[in-house]
Write a protein that binds this ligand. Structure first.
Ligand SMILES: [Zn+2]
Length: 167
């Protein structure tokens, strides 16, 4: 006997939720290289007509599509890790020279990570929830290229940007 299945609202909702759970939030971030000054930096501002560096040279640009959801998740994790390392290093800071320089390096990392985070928020213009799975489960999906010695996650966008300008 063939029984007709009623449309399951629960299943519909579940499917919708699964789709939302995996949804990417694409955006464009741009790597900039001044061939004269040899600087490499990034910006969230796309300039289709190009731009010149403060030295007057034409900047080389590489636009990269990123997933804001992934980048935000990775950066939040990195900020957490850096803050934990700073906290852990605190008691040593006053006694050891090495601990002092580590502290300095961590603060520099914190500033750079925060600046990236702010650019991401500028692009997001809305609250973007993290992926439901843990970052370690998602490593591949998030485009994590490397976990460095400090335990920081390096996304594909931020991995060796100098390679993007190799000729
Ligand atoms: Zn320049």
């Amino acid at each position: 006997m063939i029984k007709s299945e009623p449309i399951s609202l629960d299943l519909f909702r579940q499917k919708k939720q699964e789709k939302e759970d995996q949804r990417k939030y694409p955006a464009i971030m741009v790597w900039l290289n001044c061939p004269r000054c040899n600087t490499i930096e990034f910006t969230e501002i796309v300039a289709p007509d190009g731009r010149t560096h403060k030295c007057g040279a034409l900047v080389r640009e590489v636009e990269v599509e990123i997933d804001l959801r992934a980048e935000l998740m990775i950066t939040e994790k990195n900020l957490e890790t850096i803050n934990q390392l700073l906290e852990k290093n605190k008691p040593n800071r006053l006694i050891k020279l090495f601990a002092k320089s580590l502290d300095k390096a961590l603060h520099a990392l914190l500033i750079s990570e925060k600046s990236y985070y702010e650019r991401l928020l500028q692009l997001a213009k809305q609250a973007i929830p993290p992926y439901p799975d843990s970052i370690d489960d998602l490593k591949e999906q998030l485009g994590v290229r490397e976990v460095n010695q400090l335990g920081l996650y390096i996304s594909d966008f931020r991995y060796k940007p100098e390679n993007r300008f190799e000729q």
